[in-house]
Design a protein around this ligand. Sequence first.
Ligand SMILES: *Cc1c(COP(=O)(O)O)cnc(C)c1O
Length: 401
Amino acid sequence: MKKTTGMDRAVTRKWRPATRAVRGGTWRSEHGETSEALFLSSGYTYDDAQTVADRFAGEAEGMTYSRLQNPTVAMLEERIALLEGAEACRAQASGMAAMTAALLCQLSAGDHVVGARAAFGSCRWLLDHLCPRFGIEVSVIDSTENAAWEAAIRLNTKVFFFETPANPTLDVVDLAFVCGLARAHGITTVVDNAFATSALQRPLEFGADVVAYSATKLMDGQGRVLAGAVCGSAEFINDVLLPFQRNTGPNISPFNAWVVHKGLETLSLRAHKQSENALELGRFIEPRVPRILHPGLPSHPRHELALKQMDATGSIFAFDVGSRAKAFAILDALELVDISNNIGDSRSLMCHPASTTHAGMSEEARAEMGVTEGLLRINIGLEDPQDLIEDLDQALRSAGF
Ligand SMILES: *Cc1c(COP(=O)(O)O)cnc(C)c1O
């Protein structure tokens, strides 16, 4: 394998984000392929016994086994790290593999985690069910209240864990405040940045320590594969995450890594265009429904903060139509937008979180985090916004809005 400049930090750190997205994290084989190669190999062979001994001893670079390294996966990791502005990144099989690894690699029995109340259903499951089983204490708070973060800190608080914007209520967390508070107390912040991605928001610039991803969403962007990633300092990734990851094996398949790697080349274009389309649709829907939650609209309680910490406000928003019956009536009337619980896709997709992504939670927990029976979440894609407006117009009208 020929290391191109795409794997050379001395060169890539001078590149601007758009160049990093298409040329960063590229290794070429002896064939000189333009598009990065897909290495579907679980193991590797060696010219002599000393070579493999040196690699296992960490004294020589090179592949040994695909649970430890794989060239295609390494290219993806380097490209994500470059876009994030992170020293290092490791890819995982899914967003939830990434969240689980990011938390469990650093937590032990007796530690305390403060987590955001509004979160993806499985992220809440990690806090509500998994952590307590291993003796890890958890406090779940309203992440939009700066004072609540401060009040939740205990002597054994080790990690702050949150999403911003959050799934599906679009709660926006004050990154500079919360990350600064954590730093002052020696607490590690783990930010789930799936809704924004590095194209729209880079938490490390606000003092976050670890950024974790579902790369299934905007990074792939075309609804093809499951993928995840954890980014942070070289010290955190190599000394804290890697021992956990290499021995527990939440690895991404090289094929899925390759798909996401190619998706990253267009991530910024898609994220910005989808944000623009989402804002147009949000403005259209706002006067028609009782409540809309969209950080790009001035009606959002943290609109100003969102504009301060995000380059654009993302492809996803939610709106409340008052009841499950009305929400289902709108979903069933859609002709162009699909009923689907995925997000970040180039197609527009709508779902009813209370009966899908957040169905596993108690009704009480749902109500507390604002996932009401009438809430609909929509991901706006790359279709012509006028076609989407016409579809939503007829669907809303048919449900009496
Ligand atoms: C989808 C999602 C996840 C989980 O990712 P998977 O790739 O589905 O495992 C985690 N956090 C957020 C905010 C998500 O939207």
